[in-house]
Design a protein around this ligand. Structure first.
Ligand SMILES: [Zn+2]
Length: 211
């Protein structure tokens, strides 16, 4: 696809890339840096993990993020917590109002169990590819955030992965509240509606407002 138009952002753009459907991405952000993830075509799930870049044993904690924010569904203004009770990122802007914290990432193994297919491209393998570039591996993968993914919880705790609600151009902006490693997998899933059955590219822009 054609490269999207340049964004007018204050400060210096560090990186502006389109991530193809099914590809991973990651980088270290300094405190105060911003990260925008744009769902270019809508209904795309983006699996996301983050770490203290100086001590990756400190990492995103799903349960504490849910408890402290008091919600299963992340939205604007909420904070992403580490397992040491520190804020790794703030969700500063959000045009969707709905991001999943409970469904985790797809894997070849879970796809086999759920959909009787093997092997399949999957987010867990993507995380391993990108984490290996930062010296991390299997033991560093924990329950992740799914930006733009719609996982409603019904009466009695019923859980379902439904088709995403995001529209083309919807985005989230994250502020790094410490020096942080952010990694994502642009989900290749075709066997449930997380990415509308048709995974599509996303755009990732990192910038430094103060520069
Ligand atoms: Zn996935």
């Amino acid at each position: 696809m054609a490269k999207p138009a340049k964004l007018k952002l204050p400060g210096r753009v560090l990186e502006d890339v389109v991530i193809a459907a099914g590809e991973p991405w990651g980088r270290v952000l300094e405190k105060g840096d911003r990260l925008r993830i744009v769902d270019l075509e809508g209904r795309q799930a983006v699996d996301f993990l983050c770490y203290n870049a100086d001590n990756p044993a400190e990492r995103y904690n799903a349960a504490d993020t849910m408890k402290i924010n008091g919600t299963l569904w992340l939205k604007k203004g909420q904070k992403i917590y580490s397992d040491l009770g520190r804020v790794l990122f703030t969700l500063a802007e959000d045009t969707v109002g709905y991001h999943d914290t409970v469904a985790g990432c797809c894997s070849a193994e879970s796809n086999r169990v759920r959909y009787a297919v093997w092997p399949t491209p999957n987010c867990r393998d993507n995380f391993l590819v990108i984490l290996s570039k930062f010296g991390l591996g299997k033991k560093d993968i924990v329950a992740n955030i799914n930006f733009f993914m719609y996982v409603p919880v019904g009466p009695g705790g019923a859980l379902a992965i439904k088709q995403g609600k995001s529209k083309p151009g919807d985005y989230v902006d994250l502020i790094a509240e410490t020096r942080a490693l952010a990694v994502l997998s642009n989900c290749p899933q075709k066997y449930n509606p997380a990415s509308g059955g048709n995974p599509t590219p996303v755009r990732v822009v990192a910038w430094r407002p103060s520069a």
